[in-house]
Design a protein around this ligand. Structure first.
Ligand SMILES: Nc1ncnc2c1ncn2[C@@H]1O[C@H](COP(=O)(O)OP(=O)(O)OP(=O)(O)O)[C@@H](O)[C@H]1O
Ligand SMILES: [Mg+2]
Length: 322
């Protein structure tokens, strides 16, 4: 676990660049850098960089730098562990999550990214045998406080999944569902307004305004994902969790979702799990790297991709691992 300081964390806003990792500040692209380094070194490993060691266990101790608290953190997570039965899937994860910012979580398959995401809205509660320890505070309140209403919590912490999952209802009713059950609209006109504004913010209104009564499942994959995002923002969450939201989408639909993330992070904290480092670099301001259930490092996205502090992170972003 380590959440280490970055001098400019939170200040860098990113815009979409070429398909490769953007180089807004003229910074070398990690993947290109790795390829170049490999070429320069005759295909051998990158030169010794003085980074933290490769072994996860070794790294655990060496990387255990003090967490840097963010003054205005939405989430404060400390020493979060998750067990599925006897198997430990997350180990002492500590991280702060900032408002109005995108945090990307990257790492090899099975390293605990989704498990961590599910901790934030207590979705692990729904998995038999799952046990979470440690402290997770949302706006200063422990999310495991028995007095806290989990349904309300999940309204505050929206979630978008890998596979778009519209309800088997009309487009309108998909978006109206949350506001209805949470009593957010006092009249039909108000509900109409919420549906319209949510679909507009999700960039879908123009495509569906004439077919609001058609089934949500009849939309294309990319449209369905934007519908799910509209459904999420209709209940005015504070945080949006996205677990590989573009992995089932084509590049055009992916670009639209990324534009949307760019837009939405002006209002919400967004935590996105992605297997695409280019996507992490395009959409996020901070990036965290997970390895075998540990958060190896987290910091400013530019810094993680150009100057990772840990050898494990470097191996992953340069394609030598995972
Ligand atoms: N419901 C579950 N029951 C038991 N073990 C689980 C469950 N969900 C995840 N795990 C285990 O916990 C570990 C972390 O899984 P998780 O799904 O969080 O990884 P991930 O980083 O999201 O992987 P991927 O990139 O493949 O989605 C893995 O070893 C996985 O097998
Ligand atoms: Mg996952």
């Amino acid at each position: 676990m380590n959440d280490t300081p970055d001098t400019n964390a939170g200040e860098v806003r990113r815009s979409r660049g070429a398909p490769a990792v953007p180089t807004k500040a003229g910074v070398a692209l990690p993947l290109e850098r790795a390829v170049r380094a490999r070429a320069e070194e005759g295909g051998l490993n990158l030169k010794p960089s003085g980074r933290q060691p490769t072994s996860a266990l070794e790294g655990r101790g060496a990387a255990a730098e003090a967490v840097t608290p963010l003054a205005d953190a939405v989430f404060i997570c400390r020493d979060v562990n998750v067990f599925y039965g006897a198997k430990q899937a997350l180990k002492n994860v500590s991280i702060d999550i900032a408002p109005r910012q995108v945090l990307a979580l990257i790492g090899p398959s099975g390293c605990g990214k989704s498990t961590f995401l599910r901790c934030l809205n207590r979705m692990n509660d729904t998995i038999p045998g799952a046990r979470v320890t440690g402290s997770i505070k949302l706006d200063g309140q422990d999310i495991h406080d028995p007095a806290l209403d989990v349904v309300q919590l999940r309204a505050r912490i929206g979630m978008v999944f890998q596979k778009p999952n519209p309800f088997p209802k009309s487009i309108y009713d998909n978006v109206a569902y949350g506001p209805r059950i949470h009593g957010l609209a006092r009249s039909r006109a108000q509900l109409d307004e919420i549906v319209c504004s949510s679909l507009t913010r999700a960039g879908l209104w123009d495509e569906v305004k004439d077919r609001l009564r058609s089934p949500g499942t009849g939309l294309s994959g990319g449209q369905q994902q934007r519908l799910c995002i509209a459904r999420t923002i209709a209940v005015q969450p504070e945080v949006i969790l996205m677990d590989e939201p573009c992995s089932a989408l084509d590049p055009v639909a992916t670009a639209r979702i990324e534009d949307l993330i760019d837009e939405l992070c002006q209002s919400y904290a967004i935590v996105i799990v992605t297997h695409s480092m280019q996507q992490a670099a395009r959409v996020s301001q901070r990036t965290g790297y997970f390895h075998l259930g540990e958060l190896i490092e987290v910091g400013d996205t530019d810094r993680i991709f150009t100057n990772p502090r840990h050898r494990l992170t470097e191996d992953y972003i340069t394609g030598r691992f995972g």
